[in-house]
Design a protein around this ligand. Sequence first.
Ligand code: ACM
Length: 517
Amino acid sequence: MKKIHIFQTILIMMAMIISVSCKPKEPTDLAKASIIPKPVTVSATGEAFTLNSKTAIFVDAGSDELTRTGQYLADKLNASTGLTIVVNEAQTEPGKGSIFLTLSGADQSLGEEGYLLTVTKQQVKLSAANPAGLFMGVQTIRQITARDSVSGKPGPFRIATGTITDHPDYSYRGMMLDVSRHFFGVEDVKQVIEYLAFYKINMFHMHLSDDQGWRIEIKSWPNLTAHGGSTQVGGGQGGFYTQEQYSDIVKFAADRYITVVPEIDMPGHTNAALSSYPELNCNGKAPDLYTGTDVGFSSLCTKKEITYTFIDDVVREISALTPGPFFHIGGDESHATKVEDYIPFINRVQDIVAKYGKRVIGWDEIALSTLKPNSVAQCWASEENAIKAIAQGAKILMSPAKKAYIDMQYDKSTPLGLHWAAYIEVDDGYNWDPASYIPGVGKENIIGVEAPMWTETITKLDDIEYMMFPRLPGIAEIGWTPVSMRNWDEYKFRLAQHAKFFEEMDINYYKSPRVPW
Ligand code: ACM
């Protein structure tokens, strides 16, 4: 009798263990989903939509653009679930089991990038006023698709029910990659852009020239790349993008609603150009190529007319390949240019950029010149320059080096990166507000936020990942989510949940002790 009792108890316990292990771990509470950046409003209804072999994506009929976004979502979901979800054009309102991406009937107040996501047990419906909004909503769907495995088998794949209404706080949410100090090939750059898309970053700033290398083909000045692109920090072989390759990057980004901002840094940070063409030097002599990491020693000859012919050609060729509105003229650390030469130089370069239909961005030093009212000063170091810029009616892009530079080391033990501005732990990089960082510079003056990645010590994609993650998601949230909704003590738990995405995407990330992984 006693033996039978023990046997029954063991059986019941085994059944309990099996039933517990069969329960998907992910909650069916949409309000608890770990979405980064945090959406503006989430309301949960406590059930789940299940993805299975019958699930299909539908998009409004007749739009190649929406079909592309639908296929993007299908590719991502299929990769993470092993399902084979297909994309259809919706002739009528699709029914049960569908994920429907639509522009029809959307509230126009969602704006350029906003979206409304409604999940019921029967359907996932994503609507937006613009295609960019659908793409942003697609990233949310990717992040809320639970992908637990049960009894060793992947799935079931579920999306918690409820409604998300969402739109960004700032229109410019960016990352910069310095491809000059070290060169990164097209595939590495595309991988970085793919990571940005996941966090709803919409601007990718490419630092295409510096003392150590010129990285974009200019057909009218071919020695810039033939000679000026031939090395990098440490003396490696460097490299450059042909115009076709650059256009391929621009298109890859545009397909993800990310705008490329090209930067040609001038009048300083120009040794690679000066070494390629002696006539750009005041003394007519080309310096040697440079593979060190000093700054502030080079300058285009601001008094020579050929300098402006050169800049006109460069701005013309790059602008023709760049559909986005911005051209970044650098302008930082021009210590080898006298200020009385720097000011008229920047004024003239702004005119050249305007001639080719682009809007100027420059590092905050450009505020020393007479800024065009639509110019943007990227504030990295000087609060005084930011104040000067807004006094001239210009806008500010916030990239304070002490907070937003993602090449800064996390702490003293970080094997990569520098610390001349600060050590920036993950919480330090999250805990700041662009609109109250500089007294006198308010939200109305700011177009957004950008995280620059300088690459003196960064030589490969793995290194880029280690410095980006997990700080980049924090910058993305600062740019997207209103400051009143941001709080490190809540964010850190959502961030911890993103380790599964980092692992799924094979991202080499820093396991900060401040994040409860
Ligand atoms: C900069 O960090 N020199 C803009």
